[in-house]
Write a protein that binds this ligand. Structure first.
Ligand code: BGC
Length: 931
């Protein structure tokens, strides 16, 4: 329930006018549309290995209160069959149900390489029915034995490679194979994996729009392959496949030669030299099939234009070494070598990639170019971004143009690179001379706002530089705007930070020599992110990485994939493995993650109990309440005992919370003895926790930090009668810090919701809009265009000071949507099938305008305070309902204006507050609530 404080904002507000507006409410079946047909969340999914894929669709209608009452799925082996409603693969029959999300396939067993055409028919409560347009998905290679290809590459270094140094840049490998295809082609499909990264060409044309593919994985367990339809690219006659291989994370970005990284003391995982696995399947019109495999007949060279590459240090390219025509048939490859047979390691499986690849998602041009006294040029992209810069340059043969990247400047002429630590973040292009030359790197990326360009003979123009913004090709689903400029700027910074760290895994940062996926950073941030991006497949995939990295005994690393070999066995970081499946269930209706991962989650939970139990508590902690704002701006880690929360409290509170979730998962799965077991352990932990940490006299936990009190309060561990007093301590402690945030990332995950849920939404609003240290607004004030790793990112030691780190967001984005906009999913009718709309209206905030494109369609909430009134417009998508809590209290609503046409399905009073609760069907509504 929302805060009393929030209610006081409208003490005497009387809901006088209430109208439902019917936007575009023409009637007739033509209004009804069914689209967004997705299989496993993907449009036109290629090369799936899901034997029971899930189908989803969206329903649109101009009518009010539209519900699906039945559906019928038709799946056919050809478009022609489907057009004739001949569902020769699966006809679900007419199913009376309102589900349009994650409907599981139940047809004939799916086969490798199958193309499947499908459509859905929907019946609504308005007695309308309609078919969707057809859609397609294809199957990949389902049996390991179907992989006839060999891993190939070059099992040696060239003289400019740096295998003995800590830096690990290698020349890119170019591989080619000519093949003939002499009959009329019906379809051609490539299945490819290239470790660490590949770029594929067919007859000189790049295949697909992906970059930095494939997605990362726990390489010593599993490697992902991608599927491309190359039918239009294969010619009758001689063809050529060409593949370039870069290091990626497979040939590790740093090599400490068996010793741990001296900075972090963490061992680095190394997997092997770049290598390729590829199968091309050609199906001819006459029904016959031909294959091209990666095998010993391919040729390779590392003597091409990409002289050196890795993700931290950048790429060097010499245009004079271009292998013109190398991926076309007829190229003379006599100087090339025969490939070496390679192996990614024993017991490595190959699987269809379940998440989207990275793509170029936006292009920015510098907002300014400025010449330094050294004759170099500083580009300001105007935004801290992640990707690279494509250049158009002119000069003479052999000129070398160098681009160095940084997030901030030291004065106006020098880049500030200290916080990149050891990452060289430098790209070099050597010109061939004559005319304008265009280039961009392939196998590196940088986190930067500023670029220093050297080696140019003439003043460049901003148009000569294109900042390619690259991240996972997933849709943005949320918009958010308020009357408060700080909130808007923080939202924008969060958006750039989140997209900048989606790299097939959720990385911590994109710029320094780290860029790994720390579990602790995403425990709740992933939930906030889910209001901005459809991150469902990314996180489902990342949970698989975590599962793949789990040790036999149950231990889970703090980083997955375990590129840094870090198994510290704390609770707070690995808790991501228990909490994120619940986020996927709630926000996206994805139950498969927790069902599939349940055994692994259970194993970790019991492993921690069996291994670290100490008087009924699991106290094992490593990072504390990471990144508490320190007392002095130059520090990274606080030394102030008043700011430091006992690690044992963090661990055992989180452990208790994990047990609660495990119990819920077990309940859903019907594992009754597990339910009992988790419940028993939870009760023991609860008793021991309050015994050890609760100070009954002062009604506070441990040393009475905000985090120490907030966790037990948020996790339901505080005795009922003491809740208000414990919360009073939280308020008092915030007051000690002048109502500024003083928790780190662990407390920050619950802070904004904790304050609002306990009657202090105005205080939450204060934290959200502060502009003095420490606050999100402080970052904005200092000119940040992304979220910092440290509250004092402007002044702290560069040793650990990324300018593009999402973890300090805590639960801020969740709060923006669920509390400010009032867009929240019901816990049972998840994925916004039922939407709970109960915003807070903080003093000082005049409007919120937000939208969220859920799996059912777009929800909108737009409220504004006008003279003496509150106006609230709401859009509810078809096939969902909303429970809307109107502000104001005891006064009855009187209706005026248009008839409601039955769209208010129910009207009730909230027992505790007397507020009016409306259940709405789909449609667009406008409420005016007057004083
Ligand atoms: C990472 C953090 C992470 C932390 C844990 C840092 O270097 O960037 O995001 O949570 O280490 O030690």
């Amino acid at each position: 329930m929302n805060s009393k404080k929030a209610f006081q904002l409208f003490p005497a507000w009387v809901c006088l006018a209430f109208a439902a507006l019917f936007h575009g409410c023409a009637s007739g079946p033509q209004d009804l549309r069914v689209n967004n047909l997705l299989v496993e969340g993907r449009d036109s999914l290629l090369g799936s290995d899901m034997l029971a894929p899930r189908f989803s669709w969206k329903i649109h209608s101009g009518k009010q209160d539209v519900k699906q009452v039945a559906y019928q799925l038709l799946v056919a082996s050809s478009k022609e069959a489907l057009d004739k409603d001949n569902a020769d693969v699966w006809n679900s029959g007419k199913i009376e149900a309102d589900s349009s999300l994650n409907v599981v396939y139940q047809g004939k067993p799916l086969q490798s390489h199958q193309s499947l055409y499908w459509k859905v028919k929907v019946w609504t409560n308005h007695k309308e029915e309609i078919f969707s347009a057809p859609s397609l998905w294809t199957m990949g290679l389902l049996q390991p034995a179907e992989w006839q290809a060999h891993w190939i590459g070059l099992n040696s270094y060239n003289k400019s490679d740096q295998p003995d140094s800590t830096l690990t840049r290698l020349a890119a490998r170019y591989l080619r194979k000519e093949f003939s295809s002499d009959k009329k082609i019906k379809a051609a499909t490539v299945y490819i994996s290239g470790m660490g990264l590949y770029e594929l060409f067919l007859n000189g044309r790049k295949v697909g729009n992906d970059v930095l593919a494939p997605t990362v994985s726990e390489y010593n367990k599993k490697i992902f392959y991608n599927t491309y339809d190359v039918t239009p690219l294969v010619a009758q006659g001689t063809n050529c496949l060409g593949v370039t291989l870069g290091n990626g994370r497979f040939f590790a970005v740093r090599n400490f030669h068996g010793k741990p990284n001296p900075l972090t003391q963490i061992p680095q995982s190394q997997y092997g030299l770049p290598q390729l696995l590829l199968q091309l399947r050609i199906r001819y019109e006459d029904g016959s099939v031909a294959w091209v495999h990666s095998d010993q007949s391919w040729k390779v060279t590392d003597n091409g234009p990409i002289l050196a590459n890795n993700e931290f240090d950048g790429e060097d390219y010499n245009a004079n070494k271009e292998l013109t025509g190398w991926s076309n048939a007829g190229y003379n490859d006599q100087a090339w070598k025969a490939v070496d047979l390679m192996s990614p390691g024993k017991n490595v499986s190959i699987a269809a990639q379940p998440n989207e690849n990275i793509r170029i998602k936006e292009v920015l041009h510098p907002v300014s170019v400025h010449k330094t006294p050294r004759g170099t040029y500083i580009l300001d992209m105007g935004q801290n971004m992640v990707g690279w810069v494509a250049i158009n340059v002119r000069g003479e043969k052999g000129d070398s143009v160098r681009l160095r990247f940084a997030e901030t400047m030291k004065g106006k002429d020098s880049l500030y690179v200290d916080n990149l630590r050891d990452a060289k973040a430098t790209d070099t292009y050597i010109l061939r001379g004559g005319g304008t030359e265009s280039w961009e790197p392939k196998f590196t990326y940088h986190g930067f706002r500023f670029v220093e360009v050297s080696g140019l003979r003439t003043q460049p123009d901003v148009k000569d530089f294109s900042g390619k913004v690259v991240y996972d090709d997933i849709p943005t689903i949320g918009t958010f705007e308020t009357s408060n400029e700080t909130i808007n700027a923080v939202f924008k910074n969060a958006y750039w930070t989140i997209r900048g760290n989606y790299r097939g895994m959720p990385t911590d940062c994109p710029q320094r020599d780290e860029r790994v996926a720390w579990l602790g950073d995403r425990v709740i941030s992933s939930y906030g992110e889910s209001f901005m991006f459809d991150n469902s497949r990314l996180y489902a995939k990342w949970l698989e990485d975590i599962e793949d990295s789990q040790k036999e005994n149950g231990s889970i690393p703090d980083i997955a994939p375990s590129f840094w070999d870090r198994y510290a066995d704390n609770v707070t970081y690995p808790s991501a493995f228990i909490l994120i499946p619940e986020m996927l269930r709630r926000q996206f209706g994805d139950e498969r993650s927790f069902v599939k991962l349940y055994p692994a989650m259970k194993k970790w939970t019991l492993y921690m109990w069996d291994t670290y139990r100490d008087n009924d508590l699991v106290l094992k902690d490593n990072y504390g309440d990471w990144c508490v704002p320190p007392e002095s701006l130059e520090m990274i880690w606080t030394q102030d005992p008043k700011r430091i929360t006992d690690g044992g409290l963090l661990a055992s509170a989180y452990y208790y919370h994990c047990l609660g979730l495990m119990k819920q998962y077990a309940e859903r799965l019907g594992y009754t003895s597990d339910v009992r077991n988790f419940d028993d352990i939870a009760q023991r932990v609860l008793t021991a926790f309050n015994k050890k940490f609760y100070n009954a006299g002062s009604k506070s936990y441990a040393n009475n930090t905000v985090t120490a009190n907030l966790l037990p309060l948020s996790f339901g561990m505080v005795p009922e009668e003491d809740k208000a007093a414990v919360f009073a301590n939280i308020r008092a402690r915030l007051k000690d810090f002048n109502d500024h945030v003083n928790s780190g990332i662990i407390g920050g995950m619950w802070l904004m919701r904790g304050l609002s849920d306990n009657g202090a939404a105005d205080l939450a609003y204060k934290l959200a809009t502060n502009t003095t240290y420490p606050s999100w607004g402080y970052m904005v004030k200092q000119g940040a265009t992304t979220i910092w790793e440290l509250w004092n990112g402007d002044a702290a030691n560069p040793m650990m000071n990324s300018g593009n780190h999402q973890m300090l967001l805590g639960d801020l984005i969740v709060w923006y949507y669920e509390y400010l906009a009032g867009i929240k999913t019901d816990d049972k009718e998840v994925a916004f099938k039922k939407i709970i709309m109960n915003p807070v209206f903080p003093e000082g905030l005049d409007f919120v305008k937000a939208s969220l494109n859920t799996k059912y369609g777009e929800v909108k909430s737009h409220w504004k305070k006008t003279a003496g009134a509150l106006e609230w417009e709401i859009t509810i998508p078809a096939n969902t309902t909303a429970e809307v809590i109107l502000p104001g209290n005891k006064t009855a609503i009187t209706e005026s204006g248009k008839a409601l046409s039955g769209s208010v399905l129910e009207r009730a009073k909230e027992a505790a507050t007397g507020k009016t609760v409306l259940t709405l069907g789909s449609g667009t509504y406008s409420f005016v609530v007057k004083r």
